[in-house]
Design a protein around this ligand. Sequence first.
Ligand code: NAI
Ligand code: MG
Length: 331
Amino acid sequence: MAMKLCVIAGDGIGQEVVPQAVRVLRQLLPQLQTVAADAGWETFQRSGNALPPVTLAAARDCGAVIFGAVSSPAHKVAGYRSPIVQLRRELGCHANLRPTLSLPGCGTPGIDLLIVRENTEDLYIGEEQSDGDTATAIKRITRVASQRVAASACQLAVAEGRRRLTIVHKANILPLTDGLFRDVARQVAADYPQLQVDELLVDTAALKLAQAPQAFDMLLASNLYGDILSDLAAAFGGGLGVAASLNLGEQAAIAEPVHGSAPDIAGQDIANPVASLLSLALLLRHWWQLPALDARLEQAVRATLAAGIRTPDLGGSAGTAGFCDAVLARL
Ligand code: NAI
Ligand code: MG
């Protein structure tokens, strides 16, 4: 089967980091076919749709996707919906993998943490109402989605040789919704006796993560808590420029740097491509099942950083393209 990657660069620095990271990937996978597709704010302004049907079709057809970043309006704009939230849902990417690792000279040493975040429900279903004085949002937790993400987390834990899985919730305040998530995760994890399973209230988890991120192995969380805790964890890994993620499902996987479109630095060739490179590494490992190539890519990124080559967000002077040249030279 031909290997295909749907390339959605998006807005702002997505247009810089994604093509550069894909250039590096091509060296590892010379047979890779790429299909470019549009999404985001500029696409919305041009076509009235932030995620055009042709983009969705290309993403479905390829299965593997890299999604750079898009700009989103901070106020409600009629007809605009976040394309990444929609894409994750349309492609059935039920689990969001957010690793934090210590890279040479970045962040806090000794961290190797994987956060698995439920990716399809919770407060992110977009069911909000307001009469102007009272606003309500629906938080939906289902057994089926909780089961699915917990099973993925346990399988990953075993495959990656991780030992401890911490379930994050707030079941003391939300016994029905978060209680369901916690109980289902516990039931699923009971089939994995090799895993040490424990649980933490989300506020305690935030405190402990801030105090000692090295103490955690793997966290399993519903959508909102996972979103917030993984950004907190990213701060220990060297910041947004290096934070990678993978949205994983049965039919598709979306590699997604955690950062946004960074309009403050766009168009200057100074954006850090490491987040995109490491997101592609996750795709190599978990979607294409090519762990040896994932290791080569990660090693080349580490060697480049260790040589003192880094973009300005990490205190260096390398450009986006120059950094990728240096990675290519070390592959
Ligand atoms: P942001 O992540 O774009 O930028 C935050 C700060 O981090 C900025 O100072 C930026 O220069 C820096 N930064 C981010 N990525 C970097 C990289 N690769 N290299 C070097 N520095 C980097 O978040 P912000 O400013 O809150 O949002 C900007 C736009 O991006 C907004 O329209 C927002 O809606 C959108 N956004 C999109 C996301 C997505 O597509 N998944 C996620 C977050 C924000
Ligand atoms: Mg986020």
